[in-house]
Design a protein around this ligand. Structure first.
Ligand SMILES: [Ca+2]
Length: 385
């Protein structure tokens, strides 16, 4: 994911006395700068095009575009291609953006144009909801374990499980899951973290003790031991976590609906790209595709990316009978689409949806790109400004 996103240093944390950076904020600034810098973007497009054009015929086939599409999906936070029908339709949407729905070859100028649109959309999304890259090196966990907060928090975790008479192993596992990135703990539900950090740390404790019901004292002692073991592991192999918080509260839709000029322009461009019959009509089935094309302008996630928002969208479709499969003309289509947006807005205003996600970044941040420029790292900041 990070390969798509420029990195920017943040001085908010971990900068005591010139220590190594622990927190990097991805807010889309560098993506925007890249696209807006004509010369740099040309070089970038040339380079990427050449890389993707495997048979060097100066055009990109659908097959040659696949790596680009896969990268974009990952950058949007979607599950990998082929794992979910919901997100797969977004992948085919992205591909359609490039091929304009035709199975044709894509020229460099088309590639450039679409890539620029997609990158700017992503930059806008990151500006709204920056991704924070955290480096977990055990220091924050250590600080927590040594702080006066540790005892009361540990005891409160234990008291939640006491009555269930659970084994020490279970209590410790649940205890770990209650520690967040705020405590400096990488997500304990992540399978990589479980097999590389949590399990080995648990194995360092006494096996006999682990399977017995825990007393408060044992829990407290063993929890501390476990965390100290984890601290040591993190010190040796820091874990990089991408932390992202999104709130969908309908404000983006409200902004869009209140700007008639922007809204009409967007509706026109969405309508223009849809397939129509000889009477210039189209089935309502395309409303989902159309809504997805408007998603980034309305501060919505792509359909299939956030379950709670999908539920709201589905409800809106039901309310305006958008799923009846009828064939409609331009005016009717745009009217229904606008009603859907209005309904989604009202629902989100009433019950905003907040998503916080923490994912472990496995590959080195700076080398995984197939499409984005190598992000300018601490050592290679743009000279000039
Ligand atoms: Ca080619």
């Amino acid at each position: 994911m990070a390969s798509w996103l420029g990195r920017k240093e943040s001085g908010e944390k971990g900068t005591k006395g010139g220590e190594e950076e622990k927190k990097v904020v991805l807010d889309g600034t560098e993506i925007r700068e890249l696209v807006e810098n004509k010369e740099a973007f040309t070089t970038f497009v040339d380079h990427k095009f050449q890389e993707l054009d495997v048979n060097h015929d100066g055009k990109l086939s659908v097959k040659e575009l696949q790596p680009a599409v896969a990268d974009i999906g990952v950058a949007l936070g979607l599950p990998a291609q082929g794992t979910s029908p919901d997100s797969d339709h977004i992948y085919s949407e992205v591909l359609n953006e490039f091929t304009h729905g035709k199975q044709e070859q894509v020229s460099k100028s088309e590639f450039r144009e679409v890539l620029s649109d997609i990158l700017l959309g992503m930059a806008a999304g990151l500006k709204r909801d920056p991704i924070v890259i955290l480096r977990m090196d055990g220091e924050d966990v250590k600080e927590f374990v040594e702080s006066p907060k540790f005892e009361p928090e540990a005891l409160s975790i234990f008291s939640q499980m006491e009555s269930a008479n659970e084994s020490l192993r279970k209590c410790l596992t649940v205890g770990l899951q209650q520690l967040t990135v705020e405590h400096g703990m990488p997500p304990a539900s992540d399978s990589w973290v479980i097999s590389n950090i949590v399990e080995p740390a648990l194995q360092s404790l006494s096996t006999d003790l682990l399977e017995q019901p825990a007393s408060q004292d044992t829990f407290f002692e063993e929890f501390k031991k476990l965390l100290n073991n984890i601290i040591q592991r993190l010190q040796e192999h820091p874990v990089i976590v991408a932390h992202n918080e999104n709130t969908f509260d309908g404000s983006g839709i409200k902004r869009l609906l209140s700007n008639k000029f922007e809204l009409d322009k967007l509706l026109d461009s969405v309508w223009r790209d849809l397939p129509k019959d000889q009477h210039q009509k189209t089935p309502k089935d395309y409303l989902r595709v159309a809504l997805d094309r408007m998603a980034s302008s309305a501060d919505l996630p792509p359909y299939g990316a956030v379950d709670q928002v999908d539920a709201v969208v589905n409800e809106a479709f039901k309310m305006v009978n958008a799923d009846d499969g009828k064939i409609v003309d331009e005016a009717e289509f745009k009217k229904t689409l606008t009603e859907i947006l209005g309904s989604v807005m009202l629902q989100l205003e009433g019950n905003p949806i907040s998503i916080s996600s923490n994912s472990v970044v496995h590959e080195p941040l700076e080398s995984s790109s197939t499409l984005l420029p190598p992000p300018s790292l601490q050592t290679s900041q743009n000279e000039g400004d």
